[in-house]
Each structure stands twice: as structure tokens, then as C-alpha cells.
Ligand binder design. Structure first.
Ligand code: ZN
Length: 318
């Protein structure tokens, strides 16, 4: 049958059609939902072999971490988990599986609150939070797997919120403090505008942030950082299991290898990655500071510490 629109309603129908067309045209690709488009458009991957590092903060979580571990197993890709000590109780099996599956474990201190860089928490409180978390990791693993964990070449530390300088480890502890190059945005606050979905779309995490699928490219992507790029995700974020397969598949299709921290060449005591440093920074600064003093010197460089959104292109800053 044919739809016949009464002539009096025709202008209304035309206006409605225009509204629908405009809505489709103006809705950003990441917000169109469903399985999400993968336009396959992003900056070129690096020439030659390169290794990237998936990192997962704030877990373990009984709902999200098992899915993340399943996805990593399915693609046979390793990752590094920065654990909150207070989340380990009742999730010991997940911590054991991380070690059994060949992932690396890092220390994200006991909890998120009050321990972010610059929050005024004393160094002795930071050290106590680190030690309490190490004790909890060892308890969860048990002696056999704790011995496997002890084979990691150094302690891996990521402070909640990131660090401006290497973590003040206890005397005699050999550690590397890791920030990140690319923040996935999987747990940042989502403030939907008109027409936006109520929760963060999974392909925003992939498309706008990690891989820069959608133009205009707003953030520096993992491909622009290239070899050694560290990606920040959160295995407490419900959107992550939807986003992670696409991140891994895109990287595999574009020649990436996956590694666990520490990266080859990162030196004990250092903090080799600076938050907010754009890809060019690493061309002009030693990305692998040899000593804590080197790291301090790099941090003292005002050009390296200019506050900005993490990895955001200067021309896209508000
Ligand atoms: Zn965190």
C-alpha cells in the first residue's frame, strides 16, 4: 500500500523528515550506538614493529574483571593490572587468575580516596598504603603464586590519579612508577548533552580516545605514541568489556604486539611516562630517565608539566 499524506499535513511531514535527517546527520558517530561503526579511519600506525601496553586500574571487580580476563584470553593478549588493596577481599581468585594467565600485577595503593598526587597525604601514609596492598596481594596469591609474582623484575606502581614524580618507595624497594600515554576515558564522568545517550557509549572509549576513529581526532591516539604506548583503562568500568575487543582487534590488524610492564629499557626508580606529554615530547626528552634524579629533572621542565587535558590536541583545547 501507499501512504498518502493529507495535503494539509504535508508541510508538517516535510518538517518532521528534515528533523529526522538532521538528527541522523548531526549525531556524532560514537553516539549512534548499536554495534557502532568502525570506519577504519585513524592516523597511520607506526612503521615497523611496535609494542603497546594495556593497563587496567582500580580492580579487581567481581563483575567486570572476569570479562576482561576472558577477552584477554580469547585474543591471547597480556595486560597489567594495577590493583586497589581494598578490593582484593572476596576477589582472590581473580588475582590468582591474573598471575596464572601471564598478566603482570601492579600496586594502585589501598584505595582511590585521598591519595592522589598532590593531595597532601604524607609520604609515610603513601608507603603504608603501598605495603598494605602488597601484603594483601601476597595473601590472595598464596605462597606458590606469590613466588611467581616475585619474579616480576621490579614493583610496578601507579598512584591513583597519576604521579608528578616517582613514588616514594620504602627503603630498599625497587619500583617503577607508571603513568600512561593514552587515557581511554572509560571511567570519566559522562555528562550527556541533548541527543546523547544516558550512559557512555562504548565506541566513544574506542573511537574518540584510544584509536581516534572519528574525525575530528580529539585526542592523541595510541598509534601516535607508537612503540611503548601505555593505555589506561579501568576493570571496574561496565563499558570496558564492550570496548576492549575492538581496541585489541584494531591494534592487531595494525601490527601491534602487546606486552606487560615494565617496558624494556625502563629503569628502576624512574617514572618514564609523563601525564599530558604529547607524542612530540618524547622526541625531545629522554623517555627512559635513568635515575630518579633524571626523572625529577624532566618533571622540572615547565614545558613537560604544562597542565592540559590528558593527551588532548592543543588545537582542541577549550
Ligand atoms: Zn585509579
Amino acid at each position: 500500500m501507499r501512504w498518502i499524506i493529507p495535503r494539509a499535513l504535508a508541510p508538517l511531514a516535510r518538517a518532521l523528515a528534515l528533523v529526522v535527517l538532521l538528527a541522523i546527520t548531526l549525531t556524532p558517530a560514537w553516539a549512534q550506538g548499536g554495534d557502532g561503526p568502525n570506519p577504519g579511519v585513524h592516523v597511520a600506525p607506526p612503521d615497523g614493529p611496535y609494542t603497546v601496553y594495556l593497563t587496567f586500574d582500580d580492580g579487581p571487580s567481581s563483575s567486570v574483571t572476569p570479562l576482561v580476563l576472558d577477552i584477554l584470553a580469547e585474543y591471547d593478549v597480556p595486560g597489567t593490572f594495577f590493583l586497589h588493596g581494598h578490593r582484593i577481599a572476596d576477589n582472590e581468585g581473580l588475582v590468582r587468575r591474573m598471575v596464572e594467565d601471564g598478566h603482570a600485577i601492579g600496586n594502585h595503593l589501598w584505595q582511590q580516596d585521598g591519595l592522589t598526587a598532590g593531595s597532601g597525604v604524607s609520604e609515610s601514609q603513601l608507603r603504608a598504603s603501598w605495603q598494605r596492598t602488597e601484603d594483601e596481594i601476597a595473601r590472595a596469591l598464596g605462597p606458590e603464586l606469590a613466588a611467581v609474582y616475585a619474579q616480576q623484575p621490579v614493583y610496578l606502581i601507579r598512584q591513583p590519579g597519576g604521579s608528578a614524580r616517582p613514588f616514594p618507595v620504602p627503603e630498599g624497594v625497587v619500583a617503577i612508577t607508571y603513568n600512561w600515554h593514552v587515557s581511554s576515558g572509560d571511567s570519566a564522568p559522562w555528562n550527556p548533552g541533548p541527543g546523547d545517550p544516558p550512559t557512555r557509549p562504548w565506541n566513544y572509549v574506542v573511537g574518540n580516545v584510544v584509536l581516534s576513529w572519528f574525525e575530528p581526532f580529539r585526542y592523541y591516539s595510541v598509534y601516535e605514541y607508537g612503540d611503548g604506548a601505555i593505555i589506561l583503562m579501568h576493570d571496574v568500568s561496565p563499558v570496558l568489556p564492550q570496548a576492549l575487543p575492538s581496541i585489541i582487534e584494531d591494534l592487531l590488524e595494525n601490527g601491534a604486539s602487546f606486552g606487560v610492564l615494565p617496558r624494556p629499557g625502563d629503569n628502576p626508580g624512574s617514572m618514564p611516562v609523563l601525564i599530558s606529554a604529547p607524542p612530540e615530547w618524547y622526541l625531545y626528552n629522554d623517555p627512559f630517565p635513568g635515575t630518579p634524579a633524571d626523572a625529577e629533572a624532566d618533571v622540572a621542565d615547565p614545558a613537560a608539566t604544562t597542565p592540559s587535558l590528558v593527551g588532548t590536541r592543543p588545537d582542541m583545547l577549550p
